[in-house]
Ligand binder design. Structure first.
Ligand code: SF4
Length: 365
């Protein structure tokens, strides 16, 4: 069971959507709508970093046995966290809540060196499930700080990933939250300046922030490669493709999932008449369907497909039975599991899983 200070994630996971009106009643409320269809964005849902982090906790539970402590939500999805909690994971906010010497998993969002040190101080065994694409940004921060650069970190202050990256070089890093801050941020040397970013931002808004920064600081350097990750970019491109045709977009994802929240904004910015985020199918409000012919559906990078299927099933109850998947990119990235757990799996003869996440394709990181 979770300690009293753990993250309150033990929420009931609703399974059966509550249909309050019949499809005929909904149809009667929108006589002008002759066809009802669903456009399912692809790619959507689980990315390689989330898959790796969730499998790491599952494997830790299997091979070390519960309890396995996890610092912060392993990924930002209520359903995933609740499922892992039911199997014996204990989610905590800080290392201080983990008993001395126990096993703790660091979440996919990454941790600062101070968090690694505090785990060492408590003799904790650690499994680092930080997404390799977040680790890449950490390494950039360290490298540019060592070379005397000042870093403008575009991201949302308070988000775990931003806390971790900022913590790599706090003395030379300033967080830029939005375009307005790009107009006012102060720097010491505008000729030795680089911007980095959180991996899950809106691509369009980030480019606007960079445009404004570069107007003030023409010698601002770009990161060596994109910090906004492939999964964020692909999911935004997929919903941009569907949004102009959609009277309504439903994004499945949790409120604290940055990339899920961004998908709602991107849908609205690119022509969707309405867009809402839900954790579960039973949060869908039937009033959203009035006058709606086409519903776009997508999900954030931390969302298991089962939750999308429940939304699609609910839509079918309301007469949206014509479902077409619209694919804008293929993804085949798989990350190998954290090294701390790979050795353990090899010892146990679980070598296939040591080489990858849930999928069967070969590792690619
Ligand atoms: S959204 Fe991107 S950065 Fe975050 S876990 Fe997934 S692949 Fe990694």
């Amino acid at each position: 069971m979770a300690t009293s200070t753990s993250i309150p994630v033990s929420l009931p996971v609703p399974r059966i959507p509550r249909v309050r009106r019949t499809p005929a009643e909904i149809a009667a409320a929108s006589p002008q709508v002759s066809e009802r269809k669903v456009l399912l964005a692809a790619p959507r849902g689980y990315c390689a970093g989330v898959d790796r982090a969730v499998v790491a906790v599952e494997k830790a539970l299997e091979h070390y046995g519960p309890p396995v402590y996890v610092r912060k939500q392993i990924v930002h999805n209520l359903h995933v966290v609740s499922e892992l909690e039911s199997r014996g994971a204990i989610f905590v906010e800080e290392n201080e809540e983990v008993p001395e010497g126990a096993l703790v998993v660091f979440s996919a969002h990454g941790v600062s060196p101070a968090v690694v040190q505090s785990a060492a101080d408590r003799n904790l065994q650690t499994i680092d499930a930080t997404c390799p694409l977040v680790t890449k940004v950490h390494r950039e921060a360290v490298r540019f700080a060592k070379n005397d650069y000042e870093i403008l970190l575009i991201g949302h202050e308070g988000h775990e990933e931003v806390e971790g990256t900022y913590g790599e070089a706090p003395e030379v890093t300033t967080i830029v939250n939005n375009p307005e801050e790009a107009d006012t941020v102060q720097v010491k040397d505008p000729d030795k300046l680089i911007w980095l970013s959180q991996t899950t931002l809106s691509v369009d808004e980030t480019m606007e922030i960079v445009r404004r920064l570069r107007k003030r600081f023409p010698n601002l350097q770009d990161p060596p490669s994109d910090d906004i990750c492939y999964a964020t970019t692909n999911r935004q491109a997929a919903i941009k493709n569907i949004a102009p045709q959609a009277d309504l977009v439903i994004v499945v994802g949790s409120a604290n999932s940055s990339n899920s929240v961004r998908l709602v904004e991107v849908a609205l910015d690119h022509g969707a008449k309405a867009a809402y985020r839900v954790d579960f199918a039973n949060e869908v409000d039937e009033s959203w369907f009035e006058g709606v012919s086409t519903v776009g559906v997508t999900s954030g990078a931390s969302v298991p497909e089962v939750l999308v299927r429940e939304v699609v099933s609910l839509l079918a109850d309301y007469g949206f039975t014509d479902v077409a998947e619209v694919t804008t990119a293929e993804e085949d990235i798989i990350f190998s599991l954290p090294k701390e757990i790979r050795g353990k799996l090899k010892e146990a003869g679980d070598e296939d899983r040591a080489l990858g996440g849930r999928g069967t394709r070969p590792q690619s990181n």
